[in-house]
Design a protein around this ligand. Structure first.
Ligand code: AMP
Length: 519
């Protein structure tokens, strides 16, 4: 046993010290990891110069889709429905536009606006009922929320058939879904008996007559939850080392292995989460390199890194704030009181969606577990702390981490065997951890391998031992877990596959759609 432990220790000496081993991992489209050199001049020049207003106006008018309250003196406040004219829009990759408000609370003022809060006037994107990137389950949650009345509706991209659209309608407390089919000549129909040249005309028609739908379309679904802006403001997109004085800590939300997490406010305007790192938990240079990469990763199911304060200890990591804390705490608190199996599967599919994005970006999480997923309102959950495991100098007292070498610990029960024994951390070792995370979800946050020690787990896994199917866990879900725990990393599914398998769990096929011509 002593020998074995020594061998494990040897294997783990470089744990968390590599980014991605090209020999181990065969990603579909390897991307070069690009790390920009960071200077710390940012705090000296925290405000970017405003670009000049071009003499010739581009002539585009945009309409605000959500309310926005200015966070800095360079921003414009506006309300949904206000008209805005971008004056210096840059290319499509620019997240903040310099604009003039034409109507509304800031009429005739100029300033920066988040580009993802506006859409070209009269375009499909500007339609209040158009929710293209909304998943079927999210559409159901949104339509069933208190703000909506009978007949509330939205049109979204269909998940099961790329390029197709679906109409989701609230009818007597239930949400019904209809396929919107496209004609070869560009028109649309819900029932073959009636075609429409545009979606707008289709909506107008079914807002006047139910004509085969379960109910006449009433108000579009309310757009209550504004998307995250890309970065805190125009100024912090590049200058993201922000002055510590601009961040106020309001209350402690929790404490983790490496420091504390506080609810805070940035610039006296914007709620944020602030992770304060214990002195010595990481080398600021390593962290800054990793953080350069992390801040480029943007996805609705990933916690967005907004800014950092690294010039003094403790280092601050400023991210979006999630109202319900970690998924682990959320599951343990609930214990089935409000979370049903459908919610649990949905939580898993959201994590898979965030991880599928990391997979596509050729990035490895390295510490995927329910404690590193955060929950917001309406069971929205997002993957947090991706990449941080690489830069932490592990020295915690947490019993969930296994000491492989002095100063090197990692969470054994979540870690794939090849990562434990050969230091092979890949997206496939993340898939293994995802299988454990599914176990945590389905058991409401139970410790994996509840009767075994870390060392027993390390010993038993190579002999083929796997956790048995938890009580009340559907076989389909347990089969997915077992796929994640295949011996050979290459035999484990991709996160993309895991995402659709979980999304398909509840009858996602075409037959689950209502048929308008039936009525
Ligand atoms: P960590 O140090 O990341 O393990 O975080 C410790 C605890 O702080 C978590 O278990 C959460 O309850 C809370 N927490 C961490 N990050 C956030 C966040 N972005 N929003 C809200 N709560 C958070």
């Amino acid at each position: 046993m002593g020998d074995f432990r020594e061998r494990v220790n040897m294997c783990c000496q470089r744990t968390f010290s590599c980014f991605r081993d090209p020999e181990v991992d065969t990603p579909p489209a390897p991307q070069k990891r690009h790390i920009e050199v960071i200077t710390n001049d940012f705090t000296k020049a925290p405000t970017r110069q405003l670009p000049p207003i071009p003499a010739e106006k581009p002539g585009y008018v945009y309409v605000a889709l959500y309310d926005y309250t200015a966070r800095t003196e360079d921003d414009l406040s506006f309300n949904a429905g206000d008209k805005l004219e971008p004056l210096n829009r840059g290319d499509d990759s620019v997240d903040w536009w310099f604009a003039r408000a034409i109507t509304g609370i800031s009429a005739n003022k100029t300033g920066y606006i988040p580009a993802n809060y506006v859409a070209l006037l009269e375009s499909l994107d500007a339609e209040p009922w158009y929710f293209p990137e909304t998943k079927r389950s999210d559409a159901e949650k949104m339509l069933m929320s208190q703000e909506n009345n009978n007949g509330a509706f939205l049109i979204r991209n269909c998940e099961s058939q790329a390029g197709e659209l679906s109409l989701s309608v609230l009818d007597k407390g239930k949400v019904k879904h209809y396929k919107i089919r496209k004609l070869d000549n560009g028109g649309y129909f819900v029932s073959r008996t009636r075609n429409f040249p545009t979606l707008r005309e289709l909506v107008e028609h079914y807002s006047t007559y139910d004509d085969g739908l379960c109910v006449r379309l009433a108000e579009p679904c309310k757009k209550t939850v504004a998307p995250e802006t890309h970065g805190l403001s125009y100024n912090t997109v590049d200058h993201w080392e922000i002055p510590r004085s601009s961040v106020k800590l309001l209350r402690k939300l929790g404490a983790g292995q490496f420091g504390e997490v506080h609810e805070g406010v940035w610039n006296d305007t914007t709620s944020v989460a602030v992770k304060t790192l214990k002195a010595g938990t990481m080398d600021p240079k390593d962290f800054l390199q990793e953080a350069q990469m992390m801040k480029k990763l943007r996805h609705p199911k990933l916690i967005q890194l907004y800014a950092v304060c690294t010039l003094e200890e403790p280092i601050y990591i400023i991210t979006e704030l999630m109202s319900h804390g970690s998924l682990l705490e959320h599951l343990q608190k609930d214990r089935g009181a409000s979370l049903k199996m459908s919610d649990q599967i949905e939580l898993g599919s959201q994590v898979a969606a965030g991880m599928a994005y990391l997979e596509l970006q050729n990035y490895i999480h390295r510490d995927l577990a329910a404690r590193n997923v955060l929950v917001g309102d309406n069971n929205v959950c997002k993957v947090a702390d991706f990449g941080l495991a690489r830069v932490f100098q592990m020295d915690s007292e947490d019993e969930n981490v296994y000491e492989a070498k002095e100063g090197t610990k990692f969470p054994v029960k979540w870690t794939a065997p090849e990562a434990i024994h050969e230091n092979k951390f890949t997206i496939k070792s993340d898939v293994w951890s995802f299988g454990i995370l599914l176990y945590e979800i389905v058991t409401f946050g139970q410790m994996p391998y509840p009767t075994m020690t870390n060392f027993q787990v390390v010993q038993q896994l190579p002999k083929g031992y796997r956790m048995p199917c938890p009580l009340n866990c559907p076989k389909y879900l347990y089969d997915i877990m077992c796929e994640c725990w295949k011996d050979l990393p290459a035999d484990r599914p991709t996160f993309e596959t895991l995402q659709w398998k979980l999304e398909d769990f509840f009858d996602m096929d075409v037959s689950s759609y209502d048929d308008a011509s039936r009525y």
